[in-house]
Design a protein around this ligand. Structure first.
Ligand code: GTP
Length: 235
């Protein structure tokens, strides 16, 4: 197995599937099955999900809402998605624990790093909700921070595109995909991988990133088996 412990970042929007809003149960079940597959291979899996399918802090600000207020609402949205994924995973027969950066003791554990690591060692999938618990940080940053804290081998960012391209593939047909790229190349070329805070955190802590298409069934398993999928950002 290529990786022993991973942090999987899923986007909230992806959970919508073909819907306009909310959670598509089919998509959710699909994700659960793929996570189960790698968990059964013995990979220790932690997950961070965004909340964009329910609420986006930045849009709230555009609408006149206080940014900090909006960001907290976004954090709560990630807890809703985390609970949905937890339920789907348990339905698929995977043991899980949900930890939140904002205390909600009636519904989940608080984030305690050492406890999270213990759960992972017991092959439980650990979902981290409520981002970092702070406004002005994205869920990509939360994913990166948690990955560093639990000493994950890699951050896997599941998106709609299957990697990093020389240009935006939706706009430029001549764009080509990188199989691997270094952190300094990403900086030099001004490519967008994650927001700069998250990306820099990975760089400074020597944490590789894989950008891949999570909606292509089997991709996650292939990565664990060491196949080339998506784009690997390395040192
Ligand atoms: P071990 O110590 O490894 O056995 O872990 P464990 O998670 O099974 O032990 P624990 O007794 O801490 O947790 C049992 C269940 O209670 C799990 O489903 C936890 O997620 C849940 N749990 C633990 N702490 C909290 C909490 O503060 N709030 C909520 N809502 N659930 C909690």
């Amino acid at each position: 197995m290529k990786y022993k412990r991973i942090l999987l970042k899923l986007s909230g929007e992806a959970l919508m599937g073909n819907k306009q809003f909310g959670i598509d149960n089919e998509r959710l079940a699909q994700y659960a099955v793929q996570i189960k597959e790698i968990s059964e291979m013995g990979v220790e899996v932690a997950v961070v999900i965004g909340g964009g399918n329910i609420f986006r802090g930045i849009q709230a600000e555009e609408g006149g809402m206080d940014r900090v207020h909006g960001d907290y609402m976004g954090m709560l949205a990630t807890v809703i998605n985390s609970m949905a994924l937890q339920s789907a995973l348990e339905k698929a027969g995977v043991e899980t624990r949900l930890q939140s950066a904002i205390k909600m003791e009636q519904i989940c554990e608080p984030f305690i790093r050492r406890k999270a690591v213990r759960h992972l060692e017991k092959n439980r999938v650990v979902i981290f909700g409520a981002g970092t618990g702070n406004p002005y940080f994205t869920t990509d940053t939360a994913a990166t921070l948690r990955a560093i804290e639990i000493e994950a081998d890699v951050v896997l960012k599941g998106t709609r595109v299957d990697g990093i391209y020389t240009a935006d593939p939706e706009k430029d047909k001549t764009a080509t995909k990188y199989d691997t790229i270094t952190f300094s190349e990403v900086y030099d070329k001004g490519l967008e991988v994650m927001d700069m805070t998250a990306f820099t955190l990975c760089n400074e802590n020597k944490l590789p990133i894989i950008i891949f298409d999570m909606n292509k069934i089997g991709n996650l398993k292939k990565i664990m088996e060491g196949h080339q999928v998506g784009t690997l950002v390395e040192f």
